[in-house]
Write a new protein. Structure first.
Length: 376
């Protein structure tokens, strides 16, 4: 097939769509496998090299000549494509950027989800979902009250009608993302703070227990299978993130530390966290805990480290305010969190969570940093 001879059927990509998702959707009207269409688009005077298959990787990566050929075949300007398709923004580190068109099917290097079908309308085709990178806060459709999940073959989401606090938190999260370019880093640190509470297994904690029951009911899963999901602690994570990221509160904490000492600043911070998290007992418990824990624990505690940097640095812009010690980071893998939160067999719990498509999708992680490309 010499697909580059005339423009392909015009199927515009959705914002932040996986290039592999868009290519599969373009191949559908032709009744062709995506791999055959890809080779047709890239065919020409130079040798074409394609690594992997759509079955081995969801995402499609192209080098510079291949991206140019794709833009020519689709009739869409390359700058527009790179704005809509994050994986096209730069060649993959494992692809040689020489004169030969090269492509590779790898797994995405970031979390992805399926879009809301009601929002993307005709873009959805049977067996050809629209897969996107949610970015900082694109994992919830507030219009249709859905937490979007990661399923490669059909729509998957969590209905939020019985979880209104999640919708409220997402509204605040979206506002934070609009106000701060580093919102993902702020939320990741807040997630580490909340994670340090979750692993305590507090008997006084009823809010999460109630939310777990509601989440289990709407997903049809046992409570232990949904307990590690990001949704469970999402409202508290965003509440903490909004507080830590508020310039007014940062200034107040610096002034309190300067006038009364770091201990007074910490008590002020914990009191406000307790209020915003809707747990009146939390401040007293955490204050007592900070006084009795081993001194070494404070060296990795994400809240202690954040407050220390905030109140001792001369310039906040360059002091790593939002970095988290690796020992305190909230585990990104679902299976790793299971071991901390339940005494059930991790394998069986992970299998049940996977059957409900809960083990992938958005996680509160920092913004991607430049580094080695993900392995296939």
């Amino acid at each position: 097939m010499q697909a580059s001879a005339s423009p392909l059927v015009r199927i515009p990509p959705v914002a932040r769509e996986l290039t592999g998702s868009w290519f599969r959707r373009m191949a559908a009207p032709y009744g062709l496998p995506a791999q055959d269409l890809l080779r047709g688009v890239l065919s020409g005077t130079h040798r074409v090299q394609v690594t992997g298959t759509p079955g081995s990787g969801l995402e499609l990566f192209l080098n510079t000549p291949a991206r140019t050929a794709l833009a020519h075949s689709t009739g869409l300007p390359l700058p527009r494509l790179t704005r809509l398709l994050p994986a096209l923004a730069a060649p993959h580190g494992r692809l040689a950027d020489d004169e030969n068109p090269r492509a590779a099917w790898y797994m995405p290097g970031e979390a992805w989800v399926g879009t809301c079908p009601a929002c993307t309308g005709r873009a959805w085709r049977p067996g050809q979902p629209v897969l996107v990178y949610p970015g900082t806060a694109g994992h919830v459709c507030r219009r249709h009250r859905r937490w979007l999940l990661a399923h490669p073959g059909r729509p998957a989401s969590i209905p939020l009608e019985t979880l209104p606090e999640v919708l409220t938190a997402h509204r605040h999260h979206s506002a934070l993302a609009r106000a701060r370019p580093d919102a993902a880093d702020v939320v990741a640190l807040a997630a580490a703070v909340v994670w340090s509470w979750q692993v305590q297994g507090w008997r006084s904690e009823t809010v999460w227990q109630n939310r777990v029951r509601r989440l289990a009911a709407v997903t049809g899963s046992m409570p232990a299978a949904v307990m590690p999901h990001a949704l469970v602690s999402y409202p508290e994570t965003i509440a903490v993130a909004r507080l830590l990221g508020a310039p007014r509160w940062q200034q107040r904490l610096r002034e309190t530390a300067a006038a009364q000492g770091a201990g007074a600043a910490m008590e002020l911070l914990l009191g406000e966290i307790s209020r915003r998290a809707g747990r009146p007992w939390l401040a007293d418990w955490l204050i007592a805990y900070t006084r009795t824990r081993p001194r070494t624990a404070a060296q990795t505690d994400p809240l202690d480290r954040w407050l220390h940097r905030l109140t001792t640095a001369d310039r906040l812009e360059s002091n790593g305010l939002w970095t988290v010690h690796r020992a305190a980071v909230r585990p990104t893998e679902y299976s790793d969190r299971i071991g901390f939160l339940t005494d059930r067999r991790p394998r069986s719990i992970c299998e049940e969570a996977g059957a409900a498509f809960l083990t992938g999708g958005w996680e509160p992680v920092p913004s991607p940093r430049p580094g080695p490309a993900p392995c296939p």
